[in-house]
Write a protein that binds this ligand. Structure first.
Ligand SMILES: [Zn+2]
Length: 413
């Protein structure tokens, strides 16, 4: 895996990740995001409907959590999750936990971590974790980590222990990785822990960077866990310790304003779970990310794709922690269940080129939602994914053209 940076401006890194995975044929632009899946499928969408979207990310995220119960089946199948789930033309990144769900704390030991499947808790040793990776056969995966220090007020002793355990798990994963034939050509990302304690964050970053990892996962910065300002300070300090030529993936952060702030702090990659959470609460992304052309560069850069409808979205409550429940709606979306959309015959977003916006009106989506039709989730997921990927495209354009401040103003409008 190679990260070629074409521009670094005030902490933001613009570049291309190449030579990923066994075939080395795919590339991923940064700043960028992965394609979110659950049980290795994009929720609500078949591969055919998914591929009506253009410019899908080259990397799909699968989670060990959603696959752990199927280890024996995958081992018997022998060809990995990509073939098992019929995924077309994509690379796989395997994470431990599903970023769109929360799980109970208090289930890690010196030697094990736990994940939750539909049948309950599954305890993983490094040996079992690596056996799972061999069965899944991703192109890259994050090493096993003790990530239970994201809550505020976690003690210094507990944070230090998490850093030590995570480094020890990484060393064991690396050792087994090199002995595992099924993981030939696959690469490991090291996980940086350290809670909200600067010196532990730096120690974790420096020690992880000494190991032969392909990239880094910055863990424990989930939206609800700490103040935005502290998070940005810690991420800036951590990324300064990491080698420039390796990618940094931030776990658990997906809201557009937070994505921009974290890109400014030196993050390259995000998990793409936010459109799914928005879909689950019956909402559509509608924030504006189109910045007016700079007269000096007008005509030289490709236009960004969307304009909002110039109206306030129906936000019932503004809570800022964005999981999939209705009370966590953010300012970036409209609630299609609201009766104001009952006779609104406009597309979700004007000039959006997704299948939903080209073929359906807000009133129809409202009708599907209030009658609990499954098609509502399909259409919303298509639009929300298209809108979110369009935002990342606009973000890269803004960094390339020194217009990040303009984009930020537009998104926060
Ligand atoms: Zn659309």
């Amino acid at each position: 895996m190679k990260l070629e940076l074409s521009k670094v401006v005030r902490g933001c890194r613009l570049g291309l990740l190449t030579s990923i995975g066994q075939t080395e044929q795919h590339s991923l632009e940064v700043p960028g995001c992965f394609l979110y899946t659950r049980c290795a499928t994009v929720p609500h969408l078949t591969q055919d409907t998914l591929h009506t979207l253009s410019n899908l990310p080259a990397v799909t995220q699968v989670t060990l959590e959603s696959l752990a119960e199927h280890q024996d089946v995958l081992e018997e199948f022998k060809h990995g999750v990509r073939k098992f789930a019929g995924l077309q033309d994509t690379l796989l990144f395997c994470s431990l936990h599903d970023p769109a769900t929360t799980h109970p704390a208090g289930h890690v030991t010196n030697k094990t971590v736990s994940v939750w499947g539909s049948g309950g808790r599954i305890e993983l040793s490094v040996a079992k974790f690596m056996a799972m990776q061999a069965a899944i056969r991703p192109d890259c995966y994050e090493s096993m980590a003790d990530g239970e220090t994201w809550q505020a007020n976690t003690s210094r002793k507990r944070v230090r222990k998490a850093v030590e355990r995570t480094l020890s798990h990484l060393d064991e994963c690396l050792e087994l990785h090199h002995k595992t034939q099924e993981l030939k050509g696959c690469e490991i990302f090291g996980v940086v822990e350290g809670g909200d304690i600067l010196e532990e964050r730096l120690r974790s970053a420096r020690e992880t960077a000494k190991r032969p990892v392909a990239g880094f996962v910055l863990d424990g910065f989930q939206s609800t866990s700490m103040e935005q300002e502290l998070r940005e300070q810690l991420i800036t300090a951590v990324t300064a310790e990491l080698p420039q030529e390796k990618p940094r993936l931030l776990r658990g952060v997906g809201r557009p304003d937070e994505v921009i702030a974290c890109v400014e702090a030196g993050v390259d990659l995000f998990e793409g779970f936010f459109p799914f959470q928005v879909t689950e609460r019956g909402c559509a992304l509608c924030f504006n990310y189109t910045i007016t052309p700079d007269p000096e560069t007008a005509g030289t850069s490709p236009p960004t794709v969307l304009e909002s409808n110039g109206e306030e979205p129906a936000v019932e409550k503004l809570k800022e922690n964005g999981d999939g429940s209705p009370e966590n709606m953010t300012r970036f979306e409209m609630n299609l269940k609201d009766t104001r959309y009952r006779d609104d015959f406009r597309p979700l977003v004007d000039r959006c080129s997704c299948y939903c916006c080209k073929n359906h009106k807000r009133a129809y989506i409202h009708h599907l939602l209030v009658t609990n039709e499954l098609l509502a989730g399909v259409l919303l997921m298509l639009h929300n994914t298209a809108h979110y990927l369009g935002f990342f495209h606009a973000l890269r354009e803004a960094v390339a053209n020194n217009r990040l401040r303009d984009l930020k103003n537009k998104v926060l409008q």
